[in-house]
Design a protein around this ligand. Structure first.
Ligand code: 2RA
Length: 329
């Protein structure tokens, strides 16, 4: 299996390589791809040294699968070119997610939508992935009516420049700003750009993507996405009203039994999910499970995951695993 990693020197691309190595995909040829500026750089994979190549070089090599994490513009230009030579592209940008002709996939939830004909597949937004991982089994059982989400997102979701800003602030150094304000000891209700309706692009991803993944637009969603000075992962306070009532014990059991979910909810021992304990793990952690006593059939959850792993690199690699395991590439 020839697998290309596009954007291999970026934050998500670097994690993709690690996840590919950890999960031991049947790679016969690895094609590390980056911008012209990074072409020629050396990197190690499974103890072997590889040379970073350009997109044009990689296209000529006709990979079986290309994992893209190089931004929407690069994906819009190059994904169709790779698809045209028979490559199956799995893209981390938002470029294709809401395209009605493209699949938006969390393998544990809707991997079954994938076919051999899918040559450009969209990886959902990180905050969407952890949300639907927890809500999908509950929706199946109790049918969601309305979801209210408040996110607390790590600076790693913005990228290297934001991590550097936080590091500089903590070191008392004036440096380049990734945000309009200081992020240290602060909270910015501003993830991505503002839209005409007063929401941000990040918030509208949370409104739209779950409906496509769950193949159900009957429930309503509203979201507020907030950036906070953490570096471990994204957290979400979720209030979900169901069409039907539920039993809390059954909710816990359903979540406990869901592959990829770890319930951390032992208040007597202060056990609940946190970014520092979710960091560098592939699971989605759920806690603070409690009934919303102000409204019928309504549940509160706290959901935490590493936005670079299950939120991006691991889910992308899991889609590749699903394709390979089901002979779809
Ligand atoms: C963020 N989910 O956290 C977006 C993109 N990674 O900024």
């Amino acid at each position: 299996m020839k697998i290309a990693v596009i954007g291999v020197t970026g934050m998500v691309g670097t994690v993709m390589l690690r996840v590919l190595e950890e999960r031991n995909l049947p790679i016969t040829v690895l094609i590390p791809v980056a911008s012209e500026r990074s072409a020629g750089k050396k990197l190690a994979y499974k103890g072997k040294e590889y040379t970073v190549v350009t997109l044009a070089d990689a296209l000529e090599m006709k990979p079986d699968i290309a994992l893209f994490s190089a931004g929407g513009d690069t994906s819009l230009e190059w994904a169709p070119k790779f698809a045209a030579v028979g490559t199956t592209v799995i893209d981390n940008s938002s470029a294709w997610r809401m395209d009605p002709t493209k699949k938006l996939v969390v393998p544990e939830i809707n991997g079954d939508v994938l076919t051999k004909a899918d040559k450009i597949i969209a990886n959902p937004n990180c905050s969407t992935i952890q949300l639907v991982m927890a809500l999908a089994p509950l929706h199946l059982k109790y049918k969601m009516k309305r979801v209210v989400i408040s996110t607390y997102q790590s600076v790693s979701g913005t990228g290297v420049k934001a991590i550097k800003q936080l590091d500089n602030e903590e070191a008392g150094i004036d440096g380049e700003m990734a945000y309009p304000y200081k992020i240290g000891r602060n909270a910015l209700p501003h993830c991505d750009v503002f839209l005409e309706n007063g929401y941000t692009k990040e918030e509208m991803k949370l409104v739209k993507e779950p409906k496509k993944i769950l193949r159900d637009s009957s429930f309503s969603v509203t979201a507020t996405a907030v950036r906070i000075p953490t570096a471990g992962g994204h957290s979400e306070a979720v209030n979900v009203q169901f069409e039907n009532d539920f039993d809390l014990k059954e909710i816990r059991q359903i979540l406990t039994d869901t592959p990829g979910i770890i319930v951390q909810d032992d208040l007597a021992n202060n056990l609940y999910p946190m970014p520092i304990t979710a960091f560098d793990k592939d699971e989605v952690f759920v806690g603070r499970i409690r009934r919303d006593e102000s409204q019928e059939n309504t549940l509160n959850l706290w959901i935490v995951a590493d936005n670079l792993r299950k939120g991006a690199a691991t889910n992308t690699v899991q889609i590749a695993e699903y394709l390979i395991a089901n002979n779809l590439v």
